[in-house]
Design a protein around this ligand. Sequence first.
Ligand code: HEC
Length: 153
Amino acid sequence: MKTKLTVTLGLGLVAAAAWAGPVEDQIRSRQSAYGFLGWNTAKIKAQAVDHPETFDKDQVIAAANAVAAVANSGLLGLYGPGTDQGTGWKPTRLKSEYFEKPADVKEIDDSFIKEANELQKIAASGDVGAIKEQFGKVSKTCKSCHDLVRIRE
Ligand code: HEC
C-alpha cells in the first residue's frame, strides 16, 4: 500500500514538472503571455478609450476574445518555484515577495479572469461606452497585480 502511494505521488510530481517546464521556459511563456495581453489591451484602449472615432467592432471583439483566452489559460501555472530568478526573453520582473503572498495574487488573478470574461461579453455588443467602462475594470486588475508583484522598470 505504502509503495503504491509513493509511486503514485512520484508520478504526479513528474507530471506536474513536465507540465510547468523548466524555470526559463515558464518565465519566457509568462513574458510572452503578458506581452500579448499588452498588445491586445492597447488596441482596445486606442479604439474604445483614446480615439473612439477609430472604433472597429471586429478588431475590438478579436482583442477582447484574445484577452479572455489568455486570462483563462491558467497563467498562475507559470509562477513555479524559482521563477523569481532567471531570464526568459529578458530577466524576470517577478518580485520574490510573490512566494509570500500567492493567495493575494490568486485573488487578483480571479478578478482579472472575471472582468476579462465580462469584457468579452460586452465587446460583442459593440457599445463603445460600455466597453470603455468594462475595460477600466480589467485594467485595474492588471495594475493591482503589477503593484503587488512586478518589479518596476
Ligand atoms: C496575476 C498578476 C498579473 C496580472 C493579473 C497581470 N499581470 Fe502583467 N505582469 C505580471 C508579472 C509578474 C509580470 C513580469 C513577468 C516576468 O518578467 O516574468 C508582468 C509583465 C507584464 C508585461 C511585460 C511583458 C514583457 O516581459 O515584455 C506587460 C506588457 C503586462 N504585464 C501587461 C499586463 C496587462 C495588460 C494585464 C491585464 C490585462 C496584466 N499584465 C495582468 C503580473 C500580472
